[in-house]
Design a protein around this ligand. Sequence first.
Ligand SMILES: Cc1ncc(C[n+]2csc(CCOP(=O)(O)OP(=O)(O)O)c2C)c(N)n1
Ligand SMILES: [Mg+2]
Length: 600
Amino acid sequence: MTTRVPSRFGSDLIVDLFKALGVEYVALNPGSTFRGIHDSIVNYGGNSHPEVIECNHEEIAVAIAHGYAKASGKPMVAMAHNVVGLLHSSMAIFNAWCDRVPVVVMGGTGPMDTTKRRPWIDWIHTALVQGNVVREFVKWDDQPASIEAIADSILRAWRIAITEPQGPVYICFDVEHQEAELPSSIKLPDMSGYTPPTTLYPDPGKLEEVARWLVGANSPVIIADRMGRKAGAVEALVKLAETLAAPVIDKSGCLNFPSNHPLDLTGADVELLGNADVILALDVDDLFGSLHRVEIQGRKFTPVLSKQAKVVHISLKEQFIRGWATDFQQLPKVDLPIAGDSVAALRQLLPLCQQLLQKQTSGKRKKFIDRQATLKNKHEEMRKAWRQQAEAARNNSPISVPCLAAVLGDVIKDKEWVLVNGSLGGWPRRLWNWEKPGQFLGDAGGGGLGYGPGASVGAALAYRGSGVLCIDLQPDGDFMFCPQALWTAAHHQIPLLFVLDNNRTYLNSENHQASIARQRGRQIENRLIGTEIDKPAVDFKGLARSLGIHADGPIEKPGDLSAALKKAVRVVLEEKRPALVDVHTEKPVGRGGPLQSYSG
Ligand SMILES: Cc1ncc(C[n+]2csc(CCOP(=O)(O)OP(=O)(O)O)c2C)c(N)n1
Ligand SMILES: [Mg+2]
């Protein structure tokens, strides 16, 4: 007797929905609880829209989706096998949560119907319910209870993830539903009815007040953090800053303001804020921290602002706060908190400010022109001093971080590039021209190590085929959590330049150990125990080559750096393959550690 094989299955519907939503990629490490979806992507969907991106760890799969979303502005899907895969992916989901990035995580579960379970494995890998593992740091999670409920769950998850403030979501599909015949009565919904809601517009009356404050101010300052991710944001901010002759401090959650614009005063924060009378903050993640000087030893916070300064914060942050992780940060004192889309706000503020400015006396207009000139001088002085500092450290061996930034900057200056991860202590921003929106994608968001390799592969995946040079300035410690992401880049031919900032240590942690030993009058020399990544030094070239990518290094002498970087750039751009250059970097005192800032 032959058994009839159904022509379509529940998981085929899931793939039809992926296609309808425009999902380009599904990053996964395989697992039996979603073998139905895996089969449907490959055999029913033809492994195109979506295409499988194979990963060797679920943390990498989610980080890839995180990097991809930041680079492309849209989500892809990361799959996580039941319980174990989801547990592995949870760190990366937390990073996406803190970073407010739409990452759609999906997984499977052994049959919820206990009579259908295989012995042992289906029991250890089934939970009531899996979403509990990540519920505190996703916007929404779901486990549809029937095939009929699948479409609603996917469309809702997608919509929730991309609605501002954006964030990760998780859906779990029962294997029974994935592998059961799809009833012919279930049709693909009309997608046009499920677009996300329009953005939240700020209160126009409040914006008029902001415009009056800004135009009337003697020393206005603009602080922007995660605003630059939105379409049109950088252009709108440049226009407003120029109209007001106001300096901008870019908190670098992404690229918010061109680093070579004369009004970019990033780095002069304390001086500017100390003299400011009106502060316009735009999507600032930690506004309290931005307005205070932090003294670590006593855990003291000193306000930087004068008592008379007025603070406006335009953000959607408060629409989306949970009780578990306190990533909402310390409560800042804000004179005019405005809920709404910051780009929409800037577009409304600009004409309001222009109208008010037209009514200004010529004396007041002259003040604007003088302010613009003073700020330009200050900007140029700062850039010049940074170039001199980098020059002074040009011959250090191991290679100084400013020197690495300077040499790489020279190698790439005529290319179209995106810095997908890593900030080298701020040096690339100080030395290079960061001009184009999206040219820097920010960090992990949640401070969880292991983000860089996967997120960079994800961002480069979004740029695959574009000819744009994607660069990951990759610290060694973060790299060592997930180096196997290199294999995914090689396997899927994703061009990407990894430049390893290899100081052979968890420097942030080394500095913490030095600091606490000093505080306690103990032996600072012991700071390397449990913090160095040395003895043996990791053979990153060998590691990278074993994973199938071009590799060079360790580069010890500044004189060897340019040639190695140029060669790797050629491999990436001409051969369209990933490449890694291992650069042995110097340990600058205090960088990233408690001697300068309280992090890690
Ligand atoms: C998952 C995780 N584990 C541990 C830490 C604590 N931590 C913060 S920074 C840091 C050192 C990072 O070293 P590396 O990536 O090499 O950067 P470096 O400080 O050397 O510039 C550590 C261990 C963390 N943030 N995340
Ligand atoms: Mg390091």
